[in-house]
Ligand binder design. Structure first.
Ligand code: SF4
Length: 275
């Protein structure tokens, strides 16, 4: 379990990460995980007794914590085998103010319990179809993710969408402007509880890896500047413009929906969403 960098906004709903495993077979082009570990093989932690004890202690001290399991691996990648979600539900059920974010692009949802607790938030990562094809080739299509999100909603799960990372490559706005309409078509905004927004960011190790391939270089074919957390991002005013554009498009369909802005400081939150 570890908290986010202190530079990030304090309003972020899910500020803690629970690491159930690392490395992910999806191998999205922009994923930082492959630069952290010295082997590419997925590793899953299975000592769940120790994990649940630590988690109960943590939540006893921080009962309103938002905890995500999808930082270093897709939350559902091996969940059918490990049963982690069921075990985590048993723990979080005792802490009604907490949030358990299950972050995924996966279509493998059949194993999930039919009786979700209200603390669960299944967060589907989405991007325009051309970005999915280019940057997330080993994952289900946007349409499939949205359909699966709808199925989970109908089984009682709260659903969030993560438009993260926005890839600010050449002529990117058109695809991102159309995204809200595709969500309406395949899922329906009335089924979405919250939206997380984030822009492509990377540290020096990932920058080096991206520059080694034509596909990687295409991903970062715009200007990026170093930020206080050690990651590169587009300039602040460009990020604010991107977030405002997405918020505007989404509010055409869902005027009252809540937003979180991922790994951004408070001044970016305020510029986009107000005080
Ligand atoms: S699904 Fe998530 S964790 Fe897995 S490779 Fe893609 S970005 Fe990384």
């Amino acid at each position: 379990m570890f908290p986010q960098h202190p530079w990030y906004g304090v309003r972020d709903q899910c500020r803690y990460n629970l690491i159930l495993g690392y490395n992910c077979t999806a191998s999205c082009r922009y994923c930082f995980v492959q630069t952290i570990f010295d082997d590419p093989i997925p590793t899953i932690f299975v000592d769940s007794a120790e994990m649940t004890t630590e988690l109960r202690n943590f939540l006893s001290q921080t009962p309103d914590a938002g905890v995500s399991t999808g930082e270093y691996i897709d939350s559902f990648l091996f969940d059918e085998i490990t049963g982690h979600t069921r075990e985590l539900m048993d723990v979080f059920a005792s802490f009604p103010e907490s949030t358990l974010e299950l972050r995924t692009k996966s279509a493998r949802i059949g194993h999930l319990p039919p009786d979700p607790i209200p603390q669960i938030l299944v967060s589907y990562s989405v991007n325009p179809p051309d970005v999915v094809t280019f940057a997330e080739p080993a994952t289900p299509s946007l349409e499939t993710r949205l359909i699966k999100a709808g199925e989970l909603h109908d089984r009682g799960y709260r659903i969030a969408l993560r438009i993260d990372p926005v890839i600010p490559a050449k002529e990117f706005e058109k695809g991102y402007r159309a995204l809200a309409g595709l969500v309406e078509q395949h899922l329906g905004w009335h089924r979405v509880y919250r939206v997380f927004l984030g822009v492509l960011r990377f540290d020096h190790a990932l920058l080096e890896r991206l520059t080694q391939t034509a596909g990687g270089r295409q991903l970062i074919d715009s200007e990026f500047v170093p930020c206080p957390d050690g990651k590169y991002r587009p300039f602040t005013h460009q990020r604010v413009e991107i977030f405002r554009m997405l918020v505007g498009e989404i509010r055409e369909y869902a005027p009252a929906i809540d937003f979180s802005i991922t790994m951004e400081p408070d001044y970016v939150w305020r510029a986009v969403l107000g005080p």
